[in-house]
Ligand binder design. Structure first.
Ligand SMILES: [Zn+2]
Length: 252
């Protein structure tokens, strides 16, 4: 029996599956990952600085560049791929409890995953948030202000700095969102990791949480992860093919 078949049997036998996705599921939609061979930070290590909260707060030039990058982000034109659609099918089969994602691109919801099951632990690019008063607004509204000539648009309520509603390095996760993710890891029979290199904490520690609570761990990622040794099954194949193949075996 190959790894994919073993993985499918585990998923089919599980009552509740929690899925954890990372950048690897969106690369086939044209959104570059961070640490892969063609990753944003692999090719340009200085770009990592753009994602620290301290730099964002103190460097107006970096904020202006960040707004341009948001306006040019691949997510605005990206379409969900076969991997995203496979998880919609897994949900429809009644097995998926929650879909925890590190991605900020909104492609799971665009594919048809129920928004109430998608837990965006690193936030979303589709909203902007004021760093002073916390007010949120749709990102497209703020990007329209950028396009109209405000290179670093302030909060219209309090004048504070605006940022995408995503988690930067040095910024804490939203505690309510994080608790929901931990609960989803604690209460599942199987944690299916799809396209995460499991190098970012605390999200990667959801593997420890799930296994500690008695769940099986299944990892599908193009490259090795620090958690492969803890996994029941590891599938190291291109996700856009392996994930649909897995779900087809499960729902067949
Ligand atoms: Zn404000």
């Amino acid at each position: 029996m190959d790894q994919l078949e073993r993985a499918a049997r585990r998923v089919a036998a599980a009552g509740t599956v929690t899925v954890l996705t990372g950048a690897g599921i969106s690369t086939d939609s044209g959104i570059p990952d961070f640490r892969g061979p063609n990753g944003v930070w692999t090719k340009n290590p200085a770009a990592e600085r753009m994602f620290t909260l301290q730099a964002y707060l103190t460097d107006p030039e970096l904020r202006r560049r960040s707004w341009q990058d948001r306006a040019d982000h691949a997510a605005w034109t990206a379409q969900p791929n076969a991997g995203h659609r496979a998880l919609v099918e897994l949900e429809r089969s009644g097995r998926m409890g929650a879909l925890v994602t590190q991605n900020i691109d909104g492609l799971h919801q665009a594919a048809g995953s129920s928004p109430e099951r998608v837990i965006e632990v690193h936030g979303t690019l589709h909203a902007a948030q004021c760093l002073s008063c916390g007010a949120r607004s749709p990102m497209r509204v703020v990007l329209a202000r950028v396009a109209a000539g405000e290179p670093d648009p302030p909060c219209e309520l309090c004048g504070g700095l605006l940022k995408s509603a995503t988690i930067s390095f040095g910024q804490a996760l939203d505690p309510r969102v994080w608790r929901t993710a931990v609960r989803a890891a604690q209460t599942c029979d199987l944690l299916l990791v799809a396209g995460s290199s499991l190098q970012v904490h605390p999200v990667a520690s959801l593997c420890d949480v799930a296994v500690g609570a008695g769940a099986r761990l299944l990892i599908m990622n193009a490259e090795a992860t620090p958690y492969d040794g803890l996994a029941d099954v590891v599938v190291r194949e291109p996700l856009a093919e392996a994930l649909p193949a897995l779900v087809e075996l499960v729902v067949a």
